[in-house]
Design a protein around this ligand. Structure first.
Ligand SMILES: CC(C)(COP(=O)(O)OP(=O)(O)OC[C@H]1O[C@@H](n2cnc3c(N)ncnc32)[C@H](O)[C@@H]1OP(=O)(O)O)[C@@H](O)C(=O)NCCC(=O)NCCS
Length: 167
């Protein structure tokens, strides 16, 4: 999926070959714990019935002092539009707040990545910032949008409609 231009369109990296993906994939397999800043937890998302890989979801510790994490996700377009990425990101928020004790979780995206923005809004995250042309990415200036949710906001949402346990 990382070789597809539509997948890499709003990410920092360009479509990459299997050989280029290997080191990144190796790093992901090492990301199993929210410990140091910049480190994270990366999980493969598979279809329960078949075990087919749909994508991956991650949580990166951005600030230990401020207990802030950042959620991320990359899914194959063939399995888009069914809510799988939303479901996986929701589990990641639960792990971040309930297991890792985070206070605030953010999502950062290219301002044109409307699918990603809709996903974060479905999770109850608030659009807090829109930076105009603050990044030069792959040869062009791009806007960056930041979403966030706080632990007590997450808990209030959970009280209304709990996240199903991770499967
Ligand atoms: C960002 C990305 C994961 C979003 O994919 P997605 O298919 O829109 O997300 P989901 O799998 O959660 O599916 C949600 C869509 O399915 C629909 N849907 C159908 N059944 C659903 C269900 N049971 N629950 C939730 N949504 C459902 C939703 O309405 C939504 O469609 P809409 O946005 O047109 O309203 C995907 O585009 C992607 O991987 N892009 C490339 C990498 C990338 O840009 N990552 C983000 C960097 S910030």
């Amino acid at each position: 999926m990382q070789s597809l231009p539509e997948v890499a369109r709003y990410l920092y990296w360009s479509p990459r070959t299997l050989d280029e993906v290997r080191p990144a994939l190796y790093r992901k397999t090492q990301e199993t714990f929210l410990e140091g800043e910049g480190q994270g937890l990366s999980l493969a998302v598979v279809l329960r019935e078949t075990g087919a890989l749909l994508g991956d979801v991650s949580m990166t510790l951005r600030s230990r002092e401020h207990r802030t994490g950042e959620v991320g996700y990359v899914f194959h377009p063939d399995c888009g539009g069914k809510g799988y990425a939303t479901e996986a990101a929701e589990v990641m928020l639960r792990l971040g707040f309930e297991e890792a004790g985070l206070h605030r979780i953010i999502g950062r995206l290219d301002g044109r990545n409307t699918k990603s923005a809709r996903l974060l809004e479905r999770l109850g995250m608030r659009r807090e910032a829109h930076f105009v042309q603050n990044e030069f990415v792959k040869g062009e200036w791009a806007d960056e949008v930041v979403y966030a949710i706080l632990d007590h906001e997450w808990k209030a949402r959970q009280a209304e409609s709990p996240t199903p346990a991770a499967g």
